[in-house]
Design a protein around this ligand. Sequence first.
Ligand code: NFS
Ligand code: SF4
Length: 666
Amino acid sequence: MAEETKKVKSVDAASNTMLEKAEKEGISTIFDRADKMKACNIGEQGTCCKICAQGPCRLPLPKKGIEGEDTRVGLCGATPNTIAARNFARMVAAGSASHSDHGRAVAEVFLATARGEAKDFKIQDTKKMVAVAKDFGVAVTVGEGDDEKPRDMTEIAIELGEKALAQWGQQEGEVPLAKRAPKARYDLWKKLDVIPRGIDREVVELMHRTHMGVDQDYENIILQSTRAALADGWAGAMTSTELQDILFGSPVPVHGEINLGVLKDDEVNIIVHGHEPLLSEMLVVASRTPEMQELAKAKGAKGINLAGMCCTANEILMRHGMPIAGNYLQQELAIITGAVDAMVVDVQCIMENIANVAKCYHTKVITTNVRAKMEEPNVVHVQFDEHHALDNAKQIVTEAIDNYKNRRSEVLIPDEKATMVAGFTLESIEYHLGGSFRGTYFTLNDNIINGRIRGIAGVVGCNNARTSHDSSHLVLVKELLKNDVIVLTTGCNAMACGKAGLLTPEAAKEFCGPGLKEICETVGIPPVLHLGSCVDNSRILTAATAVVNAGGLGNDISDLPAAGAAPEWMSEKAIAIGQYFVASGVYTLFGVGLPVTGAPVFQDYLFNKIEDTFGGKWDVSDDPMVIAQKMIDHIDKKRKELGIDKARERVLFDMEARRQIDEDVA
Ligand code: NFS
Ligand code: SF4
């Protein structure tokens, strides 16, 4: 672990205030547990196999390293490479399953809405629906020639819903959105036979192949991992993004506020935490009804304050400008303020310990999804059902209002909150950077070609309690900006950037190199564009494709001066995302560490050889400055290959400048 990333628990002042309060009140948080429990050295290397009862077979690297032939094998003879590849593959399967099952839930609600069975929902963006319907092969007109006219919107919606949902159970052929990739990429996938046939099928096959005694060729395991990962990025997750936009409205840039300071002393605070925006959309509606507002006032509160946490937060921010209380590592800390009257959770990234922390305060934890229950007695379950969505939402808001009076002593809400602009999409980037009349990616490409923008970075992903909260995110993003690399962000990185003031147009002046600064100031955009939640990483894929299609920067995503990173990753979803980025041609760097070090041959495949196949590859460093440097070097290499490398000098940092950065984040 790089020293500077371990120095402090968090670089976020609001979080540190809450950690002090936690200590004073004797509350255990993930930050304390990370200090006390060391990660397992063998698991960290990726070479612990526990897929059958003859194991766990543990194959750590010898202390002295491998001398001569590597003779390590498990009971069945599995090599470290097979074991690490299987473990890696199962992370891809779980990650892909998580995003995709979210997508399935969205598709089901979409279809129910189209059929008029989910009365509280209404399709918001019919223009986008028509565009997406075409990609799914749904007819959008009827009649021919002079008789051709637009098809009935309800019919389009129902057929789109059916076709979208059919992707999960599809057994042969291809998932429809794979064709959205640049032609060269699509052809490559076709040649390699990695285009997903159906979403569930690829995850099931990957689980089968990694069962005891099946696939024993790490390259072959990674091919199927690729197919499962593409079933996430270009099918399950992409479908979530598209149908959420159609159903709830495509985001446009909005102002919002972020950090624990958005909680209010004198209002009912409800935090929605998790990932699926289905219920939270309804909670937005419910909390704004006069009925609920009056009830809150009758119980002594000035109003109802709905704030988000983790990706659910990104969803309601993007579409409604609702405030965000914090990212992944702040979920316990929000409760410790003593001001959260209800924490409403759906699925994914919900720490089991929030129920324990809630016991020490008055906070009511409410689970809402049958897939994600908690056994603690202080947790209430209100099952979300799309057919009664508004009633469910009102019931939850009422629970929170009733709980307002139960706040115990010492409420402490940190002062910190930052303003930000979020809600960028494929479509809105086109609008901002292309102008409303031209409306294409040409202008962006021009500015990449002329060197004002050096390249594009996607910086995404989680927080991880093994590193200093938000630190690597910020060091990396600031370093990229200084070097004129525009940053696209999602997930918990987006929130880290928001808290640090990087999601404002004004940030350009302070943080960017001269070229990027000029562009951001002319166009009036922040240098870091917030594209949404983690399923919205699909927006990065479609934006990269739009850049390829606008011309002048090669024929494929792998030709672009672009790179991706997840400096504080922790979730299996991040591995699925990483693999679909690599398979889409992106150089992808992870922080913290990757569980492959115990299998040097397999590691070399992921970090080097795989590039010959996909034009993208994995890399790792726990030092965000090293990640930045590698991304910039890669961007420069691609610029050179494209013949647009003239007059670009990397800003070199002397020790003084670097020390300054460390002080800034500490
Ligand atoms: Ni992404 Fe979002 Fe955050 Fe990581 Fe979890 S909230 S889906 S998985 S921790 S970025
Ligand atoms: Fe051990 Fe092989 Fe069983 Fe894995 S599959 S636990 S290596 S015997």
